[in-house]
Design a protein around this ligand. Structure first.
Ligand code: FNR
Length: 338
């Protein structure tokens, strides 16, 4: 799928999607870290028909594999995020709509599947509030606040390619303000916990913090009353050298102690990766680049195929590890490789 996507994409756009920050150590390590875990299956447990349904914030999803928020789907396919949303809706999972989507959230919502909205809180609070209200009105069911980006990461492929902005004809449609102007997305170096409290007052939607890696921040998230945490390093696109997400997960799980659902993204490429993340305490995972490859290769069908393949692999992995449902995946079913 990645090879087919690559063949179809403008090389600079491929680099934008595929690349990471700095030396891309973290980008590589997200995948490599899954290599360091091995499964210790149970036998004779009669897994029977597996049941992958996953409840999050009152909604029931068909699978614990969700679509991570990624920017600029219009570069991958003419139907952009609308096609991605159709693929996700077909498998019965959540698409997290990026604030940097190239389609308006109202049009993405017409695909009919469950959506969450990813937010980079903007220094302009009035505008931030209007974006949140717009996402709510479009039917988004949760707000995913990205907290790992007080400044942009240094993406050297983009610097080399001179890829700085969307080509003519594509815009960040959800950054349109009430004058009709499309604003640039600002990273806010002053973003702090007080902004999360402010958001709590602005919306009744569940709030997830995306980009938590340190267990102390996970404890603060609980203390500030957020509803969920996404263990993420932005797919290795922000600070290079940051810990791989599956390596950071156990300490975050321990710090949270079951008080919030914990999701993980970064390097999930196989159903067995999902299995390992769930066994280590994640409730669900999100996938970024594989969805983009599906979209670029085959539009909505490609997205559906990627999500379906991961789900089928997870289903088979569950059976072979002696589990019937995600909740049966306990920490004793995985070991770190010596
Ligand atoms: C991202 N990611 C991201 N995250 C976010 O919160 N807002 C965004 O707009 C984007 N944009 C974006 C663009 C592209 C091209 C990529 C690859 C990633 C990060 C994304 O949500 C997620 O954390 C990672 O993609 C997960 O890693 P994998 O699955 O790509 O390895």
């Amino acid at each position: 799928m990645a090879a087919r996507a690559r063949a179809r994409l403008d090389p600079a756009h491929w680099d934008f999607f595929a690349g990471g920050a700095g030396n891309e150590r973290t980008l590589r390590d997200n995948e490599d870290a899954f290599e360091r875990w091995r499964i210790v299956p149970r036998v004779l447990r009669s897994p029977g028909e597996r049941d992958l349904r996953t409840s999050l914030f009152g909604d029931e999803l068909a699978t614990p594999v969700l679509v991570a928020p990624t920017a600029f789907h219009g570069l991958a396919h003419p139907a952009g995020e609308v096609a991605t949303a159709r693929g996700a809706a077909d498998v019965g999972t959540v698409m997290v709509v990026s604030m940097a989507a190239t389609a308006p959230v109202e049009r993405i919502a017409m695909a009919g599947g469950p959506l969450w909205f990813q937010l980079y809180p903007q220094p302009d609070l009035t505008f931030t509030e209007s974006v949140v209200k717009r996402a709510e009105a479009a039917g988004c069911r949760a707000l995913v606040v990205t907290v790992d980006s007080p400044v942009f990461g240094r993406r050297e492929r983009d610097l080399r390619n001179g890829f700085l902005d969307l080509p003519p004809g594509l815009l960040c449609e959800n950054m349109r303000d009430d004058t009709g102007r499309v604003r640039n997305i600002a990273m806010d170096p002053d973003l702090g916990w007080q902004r999360i409290e402010w958001l709590r007052g602005v919306t009744g939607l569940p709030i997830l913090l995306k980009g938590v890696l340190h267990p102390a921040d996970a404890r603060l998230a609980v203390a500030h009353g957020v509803d969920g945490v996404v263990v993420s390093n932005h797919g290795g696109r922000q600070l290079d050298g940051v810990v791989a997400t599956v390596d950071a997960l156990p300490a975050v799980v321990e710090a949270v102690g079951g008080r919030l659902p914990i999701l993980l993204d970064g390097g999930v490429r196989r159903g067995t990766d999902v299995l390992v993340a769930l066994a280590l305490g994640a409730t669900a995972v999100l996938v970024g680049r594989p969805v983009l490859w599906g979209l670029a290769a085959d539009g909505a069908d490609g997205v559906r195929n990627v999500l379906q393949r991961l789900t089928t692999e997870l289903d088979q992995g569950l059976a072979l590890a002696g589990a019937a449902r995600p909740a049966d995946l306990t920490g004793d079913l995985v070991v770190a490789r010596p």
